[in-house]
Design a protein around this ligand. Structure first.
Ligand code: FAD
Length: 378
């Protein structure tokens, strides 16, 4: 009998920890060890609001060790560097090894720079609350107030609108915010009416869009786009895509182009090994489910239940049946668009629904009250 090792204390990992904690007796004496490279759980959907000054950091992060102690789950603060599937061992960056009987990979995803090392050295990204604090500090101190955001997906749009909000609230009217998108439009996976709505709103905030363009040249002081536009002295923020962390991509298991582990109906990708959240590619109608909190929570829950079944010696595992509640693109100036339960939503109603969901999914009463207060007062 060995341990259960969970890699990643994000939405999926903490949900799994809650399931293990609630069914302690079913573990049959096995220890649950949750490994995370950080000491905090960062509530990613409200990190863009930290940039806009709407949400304070304290309401976006949670101390993982404290939270897990209450659940009676062990916490190992370390970065998983590799997994030896044959020996059933997770190796951490500091050389420490954790043997496992069952493994759950829920390490989320990180910004993908597509091998552009020079850009990675100089650009900012938004993967964690530390990154959000770094962008916020830089926006405050950056004298030129010129920003170039690469990537016209959800994250890029949220970053751009929040920077605009921050500057406007500080009565800084002279600013330049550019969003560059390689494809022919922003948010290409979304229906046209949503893209139109977002484009119009970006225009309202004086955010300049460059679609069908990419960075063709970068020097210390300037960036040139493929459409010929040269932008001097701008702060570069990269939000052009994500991939799983390196140790996942090095696993000898089938993956999608973003390095997400292709899981079966039970969320298993190898014997005794499961994946959930952004790290898992659960295929539905030939496409991997999109990366979203709702799927991460449900997958973390089901993977933990299946591990408990294996602990009890049961052969039949539960199949995952995803239900999509919808999605929203929140923008900092009280506007959002998307669909909820199949119904199109836009404007202030969508904006409020987004934060209602964030409050509902927060992990403590302190966080819930904190976010609610920030939204009302800041
Ligand atoms: C800016 C932003 C805004 C978003 N907005 C929304 C939204 O509005 N609605 C929505 O549904 N989704 C949103 N998402 C997506 C959503 O946050 C993710 O789908 C969700 O967080 C994935 O949960 P997870 O448990 O898979 O991973 P995460 O919550 O990302 O947690 C992964 C954990 O694994 C840890 N980890 C990573 N690598 C290692 C390693 N090698 N060793 C140890 N630990 C490791 C990380 O430190 C982290 O704590 C947003 C994402 C971002 C970045």
């Amino acid at each position: 009998m060995g341990d259960i090792v969970v890699i990643g204390a994000g939405f999926a990992g903490l949900e799994a920890a809650r399931v293990f904690s609630r069914h302690r007796r079913a573990l049959g004496g096995r220890r649950v060890i949750l490994v995370d490279a950080k000491r905090t759980f960062d509530f990613l959907p409200i990190l863009p609001d930290m940039l806009g000054g709407r949400i304070v950091r304290d309401h976006a992060v949670l101390d993982v060790a404290e939270y897990l102690e209450r659940l009676g789950v062990n916490f190992e603060n370390g970065e998983a560097a590799s997994v030896d599937m044959a020996a059933r061992e997770v190796r951490l960056k500091d050389g420490h090894a954790l043997g496992y009987e069952y493994l759950l990979v829920c390490c989320g995803s990180v910004t993908n720079f597509y091998g552009a090392v020079e850009i990675e050295k100089h650009a900012l990204k938004l993967d964690s609350a530390d990154d959000a604090a770094m962008i916020q500090n830089t926006v405050v101190t950056y004298p030129q107030k010129k920003f170039l955001i690469v990537g016209g997906g959800y994250t890029g749009i949220e970053i751009a609108t929040n920077i605009a909000r921050f500057l406007r609230r500080h009565r800084i009217r002279k600013y330049n915010i550019h969003v560059v998108e390689r494809q022919e439009d922003i948010l290409t996976a979304l229906p046209e009416w949503m893209r139109d709505y977002c484009r119009l709103n970006l225009c309202r905030l004086r955010i300049q869009l460059h679609v069908g363009a990419s960075i063709s040249q970068r020097t210390e002081s300037s960036v040139t786009l493929s459409n010929g536009l040269r932008i001097d002295d701008c702060l570069l923020i990269w939000a052009a895509g994500v991939q799983t962390p390196g140790f996942v991509r090095r696993l000898p298991s089938e993956q999608d182009p973003q390095g997400r582990l292709k899981v079966g109906k039970t969320l298993s990708f190898a014997e005794g090994a499961f994946a959930a959240g952004d790290a898992a590619a659960f295929m539905k109608k030939g496409r991997a489910l999109r990366m979203a909190v709702q799927f991460s929570l449900n997958e973390g829950h089901l993977a933990a239940e299946n591990i408990l079944r294996l602990c009890a010696g049961r052969k039949k595992l539960k199949a995952y049946r995803p239900v999509d509640l919808g999605y929203l693109v929140p923008m900092a100036n009280f506007r959002a668009c998307g669909t909820v339960l199949g119904v199109p939503v836009l404007g202030f109603a969508g904006w409020i629904l987004h934060y209602a969901m964030c409050i509902y999914r927060s992990l403590s009463l302190r966080h819930r009250l904190g976010i609610a207060r920030d939204i009302l007062l800041r």
